[in-house]
Design a protein around this ligand. Structure first.
Ligand code: AGP
Length: 608
């Protein structure tokens, strides 16, 4: 997704801008640029492709100044070319804008501005903002920006500089995150804390509708009517090391191997083993409110939607409350049944996924209480939900979500445990689950200690054109997740299916060329899965089984087997998903794919 960085202080701005843009490369982008205020004019340098090309352009023609903004763009309007790269300049080159989000009425504004003689040099919606600010400028940049935003429909995180009102950056946020970094005699604006963490840990997260005026010596936050607002200063508590690769070949591999710690972090201080329950500080739901819930909706996208499916089975089995899992993109556009006794659980690693954010807002509008399971602290979903459970997984840099998924499943288990124990689950059963949760980190270490087995299997199947993943019960979503991991980083077509459902169509695909991954731990439906394994074997399918003990029933049926430790059925997804993460990772590496930044994908999809 797009990244924004701005610097204003007493030092040259360009190095800060380039460094910040590099820290945000993981978000996915296809062009980049900077605008620096150098005396009486604004100088821009932009380039399609990677930041290295922008650096070359700057090396060829340096830009000097102590105030500037930078941007990495993930194309939404117009192809990823230099012409469309941000920053965009106003007609008289006095205003430069970088922007995340979508200006939905850009065409109407473009027509109005053309009538006033403005000429457009790009295909982007953002350029409209630059001309509009110029058009409405009457001596104050922030006043011009506020006037312009009153004309705008859509979403934005933006930063604006002007040669007519130098010495300040004006920033505004509506639907796309922005934060101010506080320095000594210098200040920053950024869409992602990692862009400025090398320089400050003191940040101010802007709220929806905020406009900020940032100078070298300070900042002011205003509302849409230019009235001053006070905003809390937060301290960032993770360090750059957390977003460096730490010796691993890829961020994704690092994050797979972080899972013993991240699962531990997700549970830290939250498991009350002796009572078989959990303690969740941010739930913001009283006992009575919890007891009043008579239906739950879980909404999310992608991998987070897969953990939602697992949450559905956990909650229905242990809490006996009906749960609906909804694709966020579907939920927001249909007429869902939501009452004031509905709890809407919103799952999002980034906390910025546009569809998920919109679905949460729609659920709130219809009267539901919302509970966010989010990883990124201070993200929009985390700031707008009624209560939350942070995943504490640390920054997830690899586009393919791994540690966030297992932490989501753990967070759902913690919530389920708390609610279930209030609604009749026995203390004995609760203690059993609590102990199983506590055992997970070491069990994950055991799985990871045998990662080489998955690398060997990956070697066998790295050229397969298709894969089928099959599972039942809580491991059907694991089959979906395993298929998603493989397809999104290796570009091999892969499909997840309920194991029994395979007979109703996909079985036609089975032959000796089709690798079939069975997620088959020894759980309540294991014998049923064995029947499905036999059906595939009878058709010469290549079978890879993720199972949990030496199973005579599988002897002679499977071609490759990976054992996971045993745990309570509802928690098997935490362990079963990890070998599938490794399988996808090793196949992708062997195919020479860009594992951390797969083509066409972004880490956070902040557009519809
Ligand atoms: C998962 O590997 C993908 N990168 C993608 O499906 C992701 O899970 C989805 O975009 C949702 O992101 P979120 O959890 O940040 O909302």
């Amino acid at each position: 997704m797009c990244g924004i960085i701005g610097y204003i202080g007493s030092k040259p701005a360009t190095p800060f801008l380039i460094e910040g843009l590099k820290r945000m490369e993981y978000r996915g982008y296809d062009s980049a640029g900077v605008a620096v205020c150098g005396g009486a004019e604004i100088i821009t340098r932009r380039a399609a492709g990677k930041i290295a090309r922008l650096e070359a352009a700057i090396a060829a023609r340096p830009v000097v100044g102590t105030c500037g903004v930078g941007h990495t763009r993930w194309a939404t309007h117009g192809p990823p070319t230099e012409r469309n790269a941000h920053p965009h300049l106003s007609g008289d080159d006095s205003v430069a804008v970088v922007h995340n989000g979508i200006i939905e009425n850009a065409n109407a504004l473009r027509a109005l501005l053309r009538e006033k003689g403005y000429e457009f040099r790009s295909d982007t919606d953002t350029e409209v903002l630059a001309h509009l600010v110029q058009e409405l400028y009457e001596g104050s940049l922030e006043a011009a920006v506020l006037s312009a935003l009153r004309e705008v429909e859509g979403t934005y995180g933006l930063a604006v500089v002007s040669s007519r009102d130098p010495g300040k950056i004006v920033a505004a946020r509506k639907g796309s995150p922005l934060l101010i970094g506080i320095g000594d005699g210098e200040h920053f604006i950024a869409s992602d804390a990692s862009a400025i963490l090398a320089h400050t840990r003191q940040v101010v997260y802007l709220d929806e509708g905020d406009v900020a005026v940032i100078t070298a010596d300070g900042y002011r936050v205003l509302d849409v009517n230019a009235l001053p607002l006070s905003r809390r200063v937060d301290q960032i508590d993770w360090d750059l090391g957390a977003i460096e690769r730490g010796g691993y070949a890829h961020f994704m591999l690092k994050e797979i191997f972080e899972q013993p710690q991240t699962v531990e972090n997700a549970m830290r201080g939250r498991v009350i083993a002796d009572d078989g329950t959990s303690k969740l500080g941010g739930l913001n739901l009283s006992h009575d409110q919890l007891m009043a819930i008579d239906n739950i909706i879980i909404t999310a996208c992608g991998t987070s939607w897969h953990s939602a499916l697992i949450g559905e089975m956990m909650i229905e089995e242990l809490c006996r409350i009906p749960v609906e899992v909804e694709y966020a993109s579907e939920f927001r556009y249909r007429n869902p049944i939501v009452t004031d006794r509905t709890l809407c659980i919103v799952i999002s690693q980034s906390g910025e996924t546009a569809d998920t954010l919109a679905a949460m807002r729609e659920a709130k509008r219809r009267g539901a209480r919302t509970l966010g399971l989010v990883n990124v602290v201070g993200s929009t979903i985390a700031r707008e939900d009624d209560g939350g459970i942070y995943l504490h997984a640390g920054p997830e840099i690899g586009v393919a979500s791994t540690k966030a998924f297992t932490s989501q499943v753990v967070a759902l288990a913690l919530f389920t445990l708390k609610l279930a124990r209030k609604r009749g689950l026995s203390v004995t059963r609760g203690i059993e689950i609590a102990h199983a949760l506590a055992a997970l980190p070491d069990q994950i270490r055991d799985v990871l200690s045998r990662a080489d087995q998955m690398e060997q299997i990956a070697e066998e199947f790295k050229r397969a054109p298709n894969f089928l993943y099959l599972g039942r019960g809580v491991n059907f979503p694991v089959a979906l997740e395993g298929a998603l991991k493989l397809k999104e980083i290796s570009y091999i077509h892969a499909e997840g299916y309920p194991a029994a459902e395979m007979k109703h169509g996909p079985i036609a695909l089975i032959d000796e060329m089709m690798p079939v991954v069975f997620v088959a731990p020894h759980d309540a439906v294991f014998e049923k899965v064995v029947s499905n394994v036999q059906e595939v074997k009878a058709r010469k399918g290549n079978i890879i089984a993720i199972t949990s003990r030496d199973e005579p029933a599988l002897a002679g049926l499977v071609d490759y087997e990976f054992r996971i430790p045993e745990t309570v059925d509802l928690l098997t997804p935490v362990l079963a998903s990890i070998p599938l993460q490794l399988l996808a990772y090793y196949i992708a590496v062997k195919r020479g794919a860009n594992v951390d930044q797969p083509r066409n994908l972004a880490k956070s999809v902040t557009v519809e």
